[in-house]
Ligand binder design. Structure first.
Ligand SMILES: [Zn+2]
Length: 165
């Protein structure tokens, strides 16, 4: 066996400041991905965020965690917007049925701002395309200018097991 004597390992030359701490440089221009605080060149190459620390009030500052929370929050907001749109679509479809019944033209869908592309799901059934919305399907038959609206019994939209709409 061969053991390295730590004293024989050559030390990398470092510059030190007046208090004896190594001088930090920022020539690489690295910065925290969350708050933009510069990251010293002397930090390890994989470092992408500020070091987690507890401040004088006992509050933990954790830029890496904050960035992930924020990203998750943004994704959640997009999903909630989408759910709000689906609730709105459901209301519009109900307004259509009240005013025009359950067989309508594209003109009526347009007038009530029900856009087929905004459906939750699309699938084929007996040669027709089923556009699924919250509580209702709109059936698009080839070569037909009439769209049939039918109620379905699916229970809302779930996100992460939670009923979102
Ligand atoms: Zn930071």
């Amino acid at each position: 066996m061969y053991y390295l004597n730590p004293k024989t390992i050559p030390m990398k030359k470092k510059n030190f400041d007046m208090t004896g701490r190594p001088v930090k440089t920022y020539k690489l221009g690295r910065a925290c991905q969350h708050c933009g605080e510069p990251i010293a060149d002397q930090e390890r190459a994989s470092k992408t965020h500020c070091t987690r620390y507890k401040d004088e009030f006992g509050v933990i500052h954790d830029c890496k965690r904050k960035k992930h929370q924020l990203k998750h929050q943004l994704e959640e907001d997009v999903l909630l917007d989408w759910c709000a749109l689906q609730r709105e679509n459901k209301k519009r479809i109900e307004d259509i049925i009240k005013a025009h019944g359950d067989e309508v033209s594209l003109h009526v869908l347009d007038a009530f701002n029900v856009i087929l592309h905004n459906g939750i799901r699309f699938y084929q059934r007996s040669g027709a395309t089923v556009v699924e919305f919250l509580s209702y399907n709109i059936i698009v038959k080839p070569k037909s200018k009439i769209f049939k609206i039918e109620k379905h019994e699916k229970l809302g939209i779930r996100i992460n097991g939670r009923l979102a709409a």
